[in-house]
Write a protein that binds this ligand. Sequence first.
Ligand code: DX5
Ligand code: ZN
Length: 215
Amino acid sequence: MSDIAISILNCDFNNIKFELNRINDSIIKYIHIDIMDGHFVKKNTENLFDMKSICKYTNKKIDVHFMVKKPKIFITNFLKYNPDIISFHIESEENISKNISLIKSHGIKCGIAINPDTDIHTLNNYVKNIDVILIMSVVPGKGGQKFINSTFKKIKLIKKKLLKINPKIKLEIDGGVNNLNSKSLNKSGADILVSGSYLINQKNIKKASISLLKV
Ligand code: DX5
Ligand code: ZN
């Protein structure tokens, strides 16, 4: 069975305590934090998340997704929030292996995110040393986009080629995940489903998150 992460990119930040409370009481495992630098993608969310309040009010694990050109400084700044997973992009500009080591040296699980148009072979050299592949099912940059259907093919290919090298890797799917595609994603072997707008827009997040687990 997969785990659910909720992207809070589009939540009501003026009522963050209320927003997190309605998540606390659900089977959701992770709060997915989308950090954008205004360079790797257009949007900048560096000051959007009040991490102190988020850590104070949530009882969930933190899953950080850096959509940034230069992850190192962001990784360093986030260590104090004790995240469970930190993911950065294979398309980022710094030395990938060094940033993997930086994350792992702090006992944090390391994910590498991959854009819809990027070839999975770019991950070859790193799969032995990472814990998660964050497969983007939309072009990164904003919430509320439509799920790209070729993601299913990509999951299959990653399972066939990369999980052979490291079977322990978890596959996390991010973007446009909802109750219409979750069943197929679960069948395809996804380990973590990230859902943003679909879950946030529900009155009853508890019920909606359970619906994402169906196989
Ligand atoms: C896209 C982000 C996703 C996104 C998920 O750039 O990485 O995490 O916000 O939100 P939905 O489910 O609305 O696509
Ligand atoms: Zn994300």
